[in-house]
Design a protein around this ligand. Structure first.
Ligand code: PAF
Length: 249
């Protein structure tokens, strides 16, 4: 039996996107651990933390059905049993998402570090949906020789193009239709296209829409080889984000 663990860290509210992560984990190892922990340290907004959807019994069932061999839903004290050793995400953690959610990436890396300490995975699987998170985790792993292989899985979308997100359950039917503007904007393939598409939807409040260099996470320039559009904003009090590759030179 393999002693390699494939690990899928989650905050619960599992949807088909998470299930793809679990299926990918199962391809990597027969031992698949899924954690479910809503990490207060990465919520800069108490209202968002309070409203974060939680359904442990349903999540456990879904994770096991998708191939998890262990579902771990620790208490706060298990994750943070002593004084918290904060991990800092560095300057990239202050850009884009980090500018709008101050401290978010430090909180995210702090919990990822602790979860890795306990689970000791060989592989950890992250979705491309949170592209900046994926970039920051990969960078931290490389720079600190963390002995975990980071595996990424493409974003799962509904048929109409909306990226799956745990926050989508908070959208009304009308708001969900408005949310499709994000996919339309990214599909234009340029920053100008994104901005004009998003500006035409008055119910969408933009946080940012940029095109970044996938290799550095800085703003893309004309010669950038791998570009990616990144968008975040609000619809009726629900914050959504998405990203899409924008071709290469
Ligand atoms: O992507 C998430 O759900 C969270 O940021 C993570 C990686 C589980 C850390 O809390």
């Amino acid at each position: 039996m393999s002693d390699e663990i494939a690990f899928v860290p989650t905050m619960g509210a599992l949807h088909a996107g998470h299930l793809e992560l679990i299926k990918r984990a199962r391809e990597l190892s027969p031992e698949v651990v899924v954690s479910i922990f809503v990490n207060p340290l990465q919520f800069e907004n108490p209202d968002d933390l309070a409203k974060y959807p939680r359904d442990l019994p349903a999540d456990t069932q879904k994770a096991l059905a998708a191939g998890a061999t262990k579902v771990w839903a620790p208490l706060y004290e298990e994750v943070y049993p002593r004084e918290i050793e904060k991990i800092f995400a560095g300057p990239i953690g202050e850009l884009f998402e980090g500018r709008h959610r101050v401290g978010h990436f430090d909180g995210m890396l702090t919990v990822v570090h602790r979860l890795f300490e306990v689970v000791k995975p060989t592989y950890a699987i992250f979705g491309e949906k949170d592209f900046q998170q994926l970039f920051i985790v990969k960078k931290w792993v490389i720079e600190n020789n963390v002995p975990v292989q980071i595996i990424s899985v493409p974003t799962v979308r509904d048929k109409d193009g909306l990226a799956l997100s745990s926050r989508n359950v908070r959208l009304s039917e009308a708001d969900r239709k408005i949310a499709l503007v994000i996919n339309r904007a990214l599909s234009t393939g340029s920053r100008e296209g994104m901005l004009s598409t998003l500006a035409a939807e008055s119910n969408f409040q933009l946080d940012y829409a940029e095109v970044i260099d996938e290799q550095s996470f800085g703003l893309a320039v004309q010669d950038t080889k791998f570009k990616r559009g990144i968008v975040a904003g609000w619809i009726n009090g629900v914050r959504l984000l998405d990203n899409m590759a924008m071709g290469s030179n």
